[in-house]
Ligand binder design. Structure first.
Ligand code: ARG
Length: 456
């Protein structure tokens, strides 16, 4: 059923009909569309734009349509123009002509903006929960690995040893910022455009606050032109989703590298790896690779949505229909990737012996030897120079720095003493970094506590 046939003398070209339909993407708005309509109909009845009896008939009809779809008694017509006309068609079949009163003081322009916000609001809540579950993994795994050491890297070279707890907590904080961004964006999503009608508002004495309250919107939009053409909240979501994906891709990249035999820091379980059709020995980290790859979907959707809105004149234009394509693509991808990252991690074994082994003789304790000389009064520049010479000696003669004796060290500086030997073990190096935000177990315990209390 077309909602707008009156002024038309010719039938719509079939290709045009297909080209302009959005049902295949907006079908997922079916339930929020009905919820929005119920609130609208109730309000129309309350303010007397329609009679109370009519409102009851419409609301009862909408509830019945809802049940029919939910239970599968009604299958929505995928060839329909969009979800709004399809729901109205179903309502008309149920209650007859009075269904036509539902669209009083409303347009699909404010309706679709409302539906999208209702839908996204719920999705953001679910994504926030999924992020929280992922964060919890980092938190609990960190708690168990305060003294597990591995190389910390800069430029992909061994830099200084860190604890696995510290490394995992770095991801915790990335996802914490993502979580905060989602929470902050929620307020902007949670604004009701309904009542803006096509673009200019309506002359009917509607009560927008009543609808906002019924649908749990925090406030109503201030300007009808803005309300029907604003998709900032979609772009904001895709931005936030892009950041989440970017963080996930960094994690996945590390896991892929760490699962190589050259590193051997992790082993992913059989349930989250896949085999090769030709090489029987292969257990590939495909989930991590796919998450890394799917970042492109978010960036692509974000660019698509930004381009869609660029130079778009006020107010509603059909261009805006494309927003859902980008939004849903982005949403599905970021939610699935977040869930899969957790499943992958839960089935990943941290090979802490290999982490430790990789530190032997890696010279990532050299800074601490220089610091030791500084503590004995030498300016850092000179300390750096002397330690550099020791490093060179180790490299040239295949000497393990942490296995050097005091006499070996004294060749380079008379300032070295028993204490100098104590700073050399990698565990000591890691434990020495006890400043706020450092990798020492006590400092990491503080971050973990702050993370748990939310007191940062
Ligand atoms: N399917 C449309 C969309 O997603 C609904 C609004 C249609 N409004 C219109 N004036 N044609 O944007």
């Amino acid at each position: 059923m077309k909602l707008w046939g009156g002024a038309f003398e010719e039938d719509t070209n079939k290709e045009v009909e297909k080209f302009s339909a959005s049902m295949k993407s907006d079908i997922r708005l079916w339930d929020v569309d009905i919820k929005g309509s119920i609130a609208h109909a109730r309000m129309l009845g309350e303010v007397g734009v329609i009679t109370k009896d009519e409102a009851v008939i419409i609301v009862t009809g909408l509830n019945a349509v809802y049940e029919d779809i939910k239970t599968g008694r009604t299958l929505l017509n995928l060839e329909a123009e969009d979800i709004h006309s399809e729901i109205e068609t179903n309502l008309t079949q149920k209650i007859g002509d009075v269904a036509g009163k539902l669209h009083t003081a409303r347009s699909r322009n404010d309706q679709v903006a409302t539906d999208t916000r209702l839908y996204l609001r719920d999705q953001v809540t679910q994504l926030s929960e999924e992020l929280k579950a992922l964060q919890k993994y980092f938190l609990t795994t960190a708690e168990k690995n305060l003294e597990t050491i591995l190389p910390g890297f800069t430029h992909m070279q061994h830099a200084q040893p860190v604890s696995l707890a510290h490394h995992l907590m770095a991801y915790y904080w990335m996802f914490q910022r993502d979580h905060e961004r989602l929470t902050q964006s929620y307020q902007r999503i949670n604004t009701l455009p309904l009542g803006s009608a096509a673009l200019a508002g309506t002359g009917f004495p509607i009560d927008r606050q009543m609808v906002a309250k019924a649908l749990n919107f925090e406030k109503v939009t201030e300007n009808s032109l803005d309300a029907v053409s604003d998709r900032d909240f979609v772009i904001e979501f895709l931005t936030n989703g892009s950041l989440i994906m970017m963080h996930l891709s960094r994690l996945c990249e590390e896991l892929i590298i760490w699962s190589t035999p050259e590193f051997g820091f992790v082993q992913m379980g059989d349930s989250v790896t896949t085999g090769s059709s030709i090489m029987p020995q292969k257990k590939n980290p495909d989930v991590a690779e796919l998450i890394r790859a799917k970042v492109g979907r978010l960036y692509g959707s974000l660019m698509g949505a930004l381009t869609l809105l660029k130079a778009l004149p006020l107010s509603y234009n059909r261009d805006l229909q494309e927003d859902k394509h980008y939004l849903f693509e982005g949403l599905d991808t970021v939610r699935a990737s977040t869930r899969l990252a957790l499943i992958m991690l839960e089935n990943t074994h941290w090979k802490i012996e290999n982490m430790k082994k990789s530190l032997r003789g890696d010279l990532s304790n050299a800074t601490d030897l220089a610091d030791d000389l500084v503590k004995k009064g030498l300016p850092f520049r000179q300390a750096h120079e002397i330690t550099g010479k020791i490093v060179n000696h180790c490299l040239k003669n295949k000497v393990i720095l942490e296995e050097m004796t005091l006499n070996d060290l004294k060749v380079f500086s008379p300032l070295f003493d028993e204490q100098s030997l104590k700073v050399l073990p990698h565990l000591s190096v890691m434990k020495a970094r006890a400043c706020e935000g450092g990798t020492a177990p006590d400092a990491v315990k503080v971050q973990i506590k702050k993370a748990i209390d939310g007191s940062f």
